[in-house]
Design a protein around this ligand. Structure first.
Ligand SMILES: Cc1cc2nc3c(=O)[nH]c(=O)nc-3n(C[C@H](O)[C@H](O)[C@H](O)COP(=O)(O)OP(=O)(O)OC[C@H]3O[C@@H](n4cnc5c(N)ncnc54)[C@H](O)[C@@H]3O)c2cc1C
Length: 449
């Protein structure tokens, strides 16, 4: 007799025995920190214990401020232990688009912050000796159509000059040097982009923040932040803390705790799978240079080999509305197999998701609103940027001049009647996915594929 669970698994095409937790948690399970009473007072209270919150906490604790970090779940439960581990410069809009909006000088300064975030995290991990499989392996950004390749080439042309170029063009004829796939039409290598193990990096940060004296309190949601004299009162189910300064570092998990911030962030689920272990020779064939990879689709796919080079970790968005890891796993696997037909029959061992935060202007934002500090909106590329802006926010909390960034004072747009529930997202994602699919199929049809 077939059980009801088995029938459901077959209907959803769910791989048997698949874990619905991040692959990374196999190596570094969610930290087992004792529940504690919130302190009566603290100089700095931080809501959210991901890369943003902990990098800020490390600064303030080392700067001599008593620091408490709250998380509604286990420490690092959000995107910071779930992501793909790709470290890029994180700035999505082109220099030209930013110059039109903010002027040439500010546009360049914002792009420079992207480069600074990448250089900073590399240096920080080395300086702190964080064991997190960090490698500056480079990223191959692949064009999903010949037109996308031409656009990419125009965009990166100024970056391909010099002895140590920021970008290197890879025509389709040379693509196999970078990736064991004929799915794309060439692309560009960003040699300075990097990769790490997200949960090991988070653990390294957590250990250092706690060693510096920061108190990290898991499973303790902050329910309200209210003005209290010159400071603030934070209410949690376990008690209240009076803090001189507050940072909200909740990114894609931002709630009504800070409605102003929530109205400016668009929470979007990002879905990701890991394959069962593969033959090392196959991984060498698919990732000959061991770079990370992504593509020019409007709804982007991003992927890499696992640190031990036994699995492929493949992420993207495979449904218009939010879904669950059982449904997303077979859909992601189909996309994986379109790029690497050799993986048609590979098993999926892990499927998970997390919620990232986009902004209406596709830029990260940090600053202070009504006395409360915030840093958020990394638009799906926050490994480097959340860390860097978290660190800068920590410096700002200490009153240090280095805490200034090119993002300071930028308008942080929202939309009329938008309250943080992105009702418009399914229609946009569906349209973008259809356009990507149409363009890609037409390009392959022209090829006679
Ligand atoms: C599947 C996936 C893949 C990704 N891949 C990449 C990648 O390859 N490269 C890249 O650069 N970026 C990637 N990202 C994005 C990146 O992980 C994030 O931008 C980054 O981790 C954000 O860090 P954070 O600290 O701001 O937020 P998070 O790590 O999300 O932390 C926010 C925390 O706030 C807590 N919280 C919320 N409300 C409260 C409350 N009221 N009280 C207490 N705590 C609260 C949450 O529990 C959560 O732990 C990916 C994200 C996902 C989901």
């Amino acid at each position: 007799m077939v059980s009801a669970a088995a029938v459901m698994a077959v209907e959803a095409d769910e791989p048997a025995g698949m874990k619905e937790t991040p692959l990374w948690w196999d190596d570094v399970p969610p930290p087992d920190i004792l529940r504690q009473e919130p302190p009566a007072t603290a100089d700095v209270a931080i809501v959210g214990s991901g890369y943003t919150g902990l990098n800020a906490a490390l600064e303030t604790a080392r700067g001599g401020r008593s620091t408490v970090v709250f998380d509604a779940e286990s420490a690092g439960w959000g995107c910071s232990s779930r992501n793909g581990g790709q470290v890029s410069t994180s700035i999505k809009p082109s220099l030209e688009a930013l110059a039109r909006r903010h002027g040439a000088e500010r546009a360049q300064a914002i792009h420079d912050e992207g480069a600074a975030s990448l250089a900073w995290i590399k240096d920080f991990i080395a300086r702190e000796k964080i064991d997190c499989d960090f490698r500056q392996c480079g990223r191959f950004h692949a064009a999903h159509t010949p037109q996308a390749y031409d656009t990419l080439m125009r965009k990166v042309a100024p970056l391909t000059k010099g002895d140590d170029p920021i970008a290197v063009a890879v025509p389709r004829s040379e693509q196999r040097r970078e990736l064991g796939s004929d799915h794309y039409y060439g692309g560009v290598v960003y040699p300075h982009h990097a990769v790490l193990h997200p949960a090991k990096y988070h653990k390294g940060l957590l250990d250092r923040a706690r060693q510096a004296g920061a108190q990290v309190i898991p499973h303790c949601p902050v329910l309200a932040i209210e003005r209290d004299g010159k400071g603030f009162r934070l209410t949690t189910p376990s008690g209240t803390t009076r803090a001189g300064q507050v940072l909200v570092a909740t990114n894609g998990y931002s709630s009504k705790l800070m409605p102003w911030l929530r109205r400016r962030l668009i929470p979007i689920g990002s879905y990701i799978i890991a394959t069962e272990p593969l033959e090392p020779a196959l991984v060498d064939h698919l990732f000959p240079t061991d770079r990370i990879a992504s593509d020019t689709c409007r709804v982007i796919y991003y992927y890499r080999a696992s640190p031990d080079r036994r699995r492929i970790v493949f992420g993207g968005r495979v449904s218009a509305s939010e879904t669950n890891p059982k449904i997303s796993a077979p859909r992601l696997q189909r996309e994986l197999a379109r790029r690497f037909p050799e993986l048609q029959a590979s098993g999926i061992s892990h499927s998970w998701l997390g919620t990232v935060a986009y902004c209406f202007d596709e830029l990260a934002h940090c600053g202070v609103h009504e006395g409360i500090h915030y840093s958020a909106g990394y638009c799906g590329s926050g490994v480097g940027m959340a860390s860097y802006l978290g660190m800068r926010t920590g410096q700002r909390l200490l009153g240090h001049a280095e805490g200034k960034t090119a993002f300071d004072g930028l308008p942080f747009p929202t939309r009329p009647l938008y309250n943080g529930t992105p009702w418009f997202l399914p229609a946009i994602v569906a349209l973008y996915r259809r356009l990507d699919e149409f363009e890609s199929s037409r390009a392959h049809a022209r090829d006679g594929d």
